[in-house]
Design a protein around this ligand. Structure first.
Ligand code: NAI
Length: 328
């Protein structure tokens, strides 16, 4: 099987080479992302392997289909970039639903602790032999309320970590699942009661801008906002206003709604055109990482293993437990 692999990064090649050789899946690596203009690179391949910023919209899917591609294997969990309706009956869509929820949940807690205990600032100071503690006062997590939006694999893993810190855990989910020590409530109650608010649900039409200019006033003053899910869950301009008004006490963002074309790349020599992102990054209480919450050895290994096994399953059995099918 020949698979065109888009948006490749050096750190993932060894894992895909290992499992690809085992399963006789031959990857051809392209650094470019998948777009309508680059889709012709996949002509003659059996399938494509794509990541979070590759596009699988109607136009791209048509080009792939016309070029003989029958499978698109996402090497990620989220599939908000895929037009499932347009793919139906033409290109089969596979994804990796849960490779390491712990990788993302632990990164979320890492960002929270870094931010509220000012560890990133202390690191820079001590490297310069500045041992002053001025401006580094944080707060305890024990006894605080964390509100979790989306109690799936990652949300539940994050809830378990927060419980370990002695936090009160509130949650909102469209399909609540019982978990000891977690109390479900409405989104409005979650917004009003949380000292820390963490987003872990998928991005779709219903969750786009879940936090926005209209409901920002419901937030508890000084709340910490965490988003390691998808940028589009939060209206970034509204978030910035909330920070400027001092309603929001801080934000830890591993994802950003306009991250495409910026995140995963070294843009240090370029002028940043995105004024909202530039202003957010300039804030002393905003911490941004570039979509790296998944980036552990364990997660990379599991992603490659499942992606290869998804592809093999489709070719050998004509079915795959991780296939995404448009319901509508
Ligand atoms: P999951 O499918 O296990 O859980 C999602 C949860 O969200 C489910 O419990 C579902 O009922 C809930 N949900 C769906 N729609 C909702 C709505 N409208 N309101 C409230 N809750 C809703 O997914 P998992 O594995 O926990 O991943 C969550 C998200 O994390 C993914 O969709 C992906 O976007 C993101 N992600 C980010 C990564 C990163 O590196 N930053 C890596 C992996 C995933």
């Amino acid at each position: 099987m020949k698979i065109a692999f888009f948006d490749v990064k050096d750190y993932e090649i060894p894992y895909f080479e290992h499992y690809g050789k085992e399963g006789q899946v031959d990857f051809c690596y392209y650094k470019t992302t998948l777009r309508e203009e680059t889709a012709r690179l996949a002509e003659g391949f059996d399938g494509v392997c794509v990541f979070v910023n590759d596009r699988l919209d109607r136009a791209v899917l048509s080009r792939l289909y016309e070029g003989g591609v029958s499978v698109a294997a996402l090497r990620c969990a989220g599939y908000n970039t895929v037009d499932l309706a347009a793919a139906k009956g033409r290109v089969r869509i596979l994804h990796v639903p849960g490779y390491s929820p712990h990788a993302v949940a632990e990164h979320t807690m890492g960002m929270l602790l870094t931010s509220i205990r000012r560890i990133h600032k202390a690191y820079n100071r001590t490297r310069d032999f500045n041992f002053s503690l001025s401006g580094l006062v944080g707060f305890d997590l024990k006894g605080k309320t964390v509100g979790i939006v989306g109690m799936g694999r990652i949300g539940s893993a994050f809830a378990a970590i927060c419980k370990g810190f002695g936090m009160r855990v509130l949650a909102y989910d469209q399909q609540p699942k019982t978990m000891e020590g977690v109390t479900y409530c409405t989104l409005e109650e979650l917004f009003a009661e949380s000292d820390v608010l963490s987003f872990h649900c998928p991005l779709n039409d219903r969750t786009h801008h879940m936090l926005n200019a209209d409901n920002l006033s419901l937030l508890k003053k000084g709340v910490m906002i965490l988003n390691t899910s998808r940028g589009g869950l939060i209206d970034s301009a509204a978030l910035l206003e909330g920070i400027k008004e001092r309603r929001i006490g801080g934000a830890c963002l591993d994802v950003y709604e306009e991250e495409e074309g910026l995140f995963f790349e070294d843009n240090s020599g370029h002028i940043l055109e995105d004024d909202v992102l530039a202003r957010l990054i300039s804030m002393p209480n905003v911490l941004v990482t570039s979509h790296q919450a998944f980036l552990t050895k364990e997660a990379l290994d599991a992603i490659a293993k499942t992606t290869v096994s998804n592809i093999i399953s489709i070719y050998e059995k004509d079915s795959c437990e991780n296939e995404l099918v448009f319901e509508g």
